[in-house]
Write a protein that binds this ligand. Structure first.
Ligand SMILES: NC(=O)c1ccc[n+]([C@@H]2O[C@H](COP(=O)([O-])OP(=O)(O)OC[C@H]3O[C@@H](n4cnc5c(N)ncnc54)[C@H](OP(=O)(O)O)[C@@H]3O)[C@@H](O)[C@H]2O)c1
Length: 285
């Protein structure tokens, strides 16, 4: 069952990409690394290869494509030719083929796309399917901050990603939570792996975390800190197999790994979900 063997993915979105973080992760048994072509000012792949190229084979490395530098700053695109080129460049810069390549927030590209959204999305999926078949990456997935626009575009004939990555945790909100669960169902819950991301909404020191005690979501929360409890609860909102979390501190990563022993109090999670649902339906009235 999803969530029974929770795993930690070290996310590099806000990371300084220091070698000590990667060696610390390996010491803790964290062997999944998530980056993106645009992280660290579009230099993440090169910097990883330079500072820790010899360590990368010990990790399962995921990256993301679909967000490109542009004269105005950066832009999303699902153009298959640009995706293929990004895939090749990524492997070259990393010095190895990534184990997993995500389409990065495809909903953003669809917002701008002028032609049929479903056709645009399917062509991108096919480009990634083809990349796996050609050995350019081990598998492909979708990383989506807001999966709701994707829901109507998926049917039984759509190519299926290996991994869907969605926001997870207490700050997600009902709309994104339900959309993530519906999308998982659309592909068949046992057919894909689901990863959560951004369990602290980007900052564990935000004032919101001082106003709640996430230990209420655990069976014996007294053993863990608030940060640990918020992290552990994220595996249930929505139910995910792994959570990509960011830190530059190996000691913080150790705390998160330590949180995995916590047992989620499902009754409290369910109460929280109905609270979110009621709040959302109240807003819609
Ligand atoms: N659309 C997408 O594809 C997308 C979008 C967002 C995120 N993601 C993925 O999700 C990953 C994580 O997201 P995120 O970095 O935005 O947010 P996050 O994981 O919710 O929060 C990261 C922050 O939490 C702090 N933190 C972590 N563990 C801590 C601990 N034990 N004690 C105190 N503070 C702690 C870190 O500070 P310290 O450095 O001080 O520990 C860091 O600033 C990303 O790296 C990426 O892999 C993907």
């Amino acid at each position: 069952m999803r969530g029974n063997d929770p795993r930690v993915v070290l996310g590099l979105h806000r990371s300084r990409h220091e070698r000590r973080l990667l060696t610390g992760a390996l010491d803790l048994g964290v062997t999944a690394l998530d980056t993106s072509s645009n992280y660290l000012g579009f230099r993440s792949h090169q910097v990883l290869a330079r500072t820790a190229g010899d360590l990368l084979s010990q990790f399962s490395v995921s990256t993301k494509i679909g967000y490109f530098p542009s004269p105005g700053g950066a832009e999303h695109s699902l153009d298959p030719a640009r995706l293929r080129a990004a895939m090749e460049q990524g492997a070259k810069d990393l010095g190895q083929e990534p184990d997993l390549v995500f389409l990065h927030n495809p909903e953003q590209s669809l917002r701008d796309a002028s032609s049929c959204h479903q056709a645009v999305l399917m062509q991108a999926f096919e480009a990634l399917d083809e990349a796996v078949a050609k050995g350019r990456c081990g598998a492909w997935g979708i990383a989506s901050w807001d999966p709701s626009p994707l829901l109507n575009l998926i049917d039984g004939t759509s190519p299926r990603p290996s991994v869907l990555m969605v926001r997870a945790g207490l700050l997600v909100g009902a709309k994104a939570l339900v959309a993530a669960e519906d999308l998982t169902k659309a592909w068949g819950p046992n057919e894909i792996t689901v990863w959560g991301m951004s369990p602290f909404g980007g900052s564990a020191s935000d004032s919101v975390w001082a106003r709640i005690d996430p230990r209420v979501f655990l069976r014996d929360g007294s053993q863990l800190s608030r940060v640990q409890a918020a992290f552990r609860a994220a595996y249930s909102l929505p139910r995910v197999d792994a959570v990509a979390v960011g830190t530059d501190e190996p000691a913080h990563l150790g705390e998160l790994v330590g949180a995995l022993t916590g047992q989620v109090e499902e009754r409290m999670i369910e109460e929280y979900r109905s609270l979110l649902r009621d709040h959302t339906s109240g807003q819609l009235v």
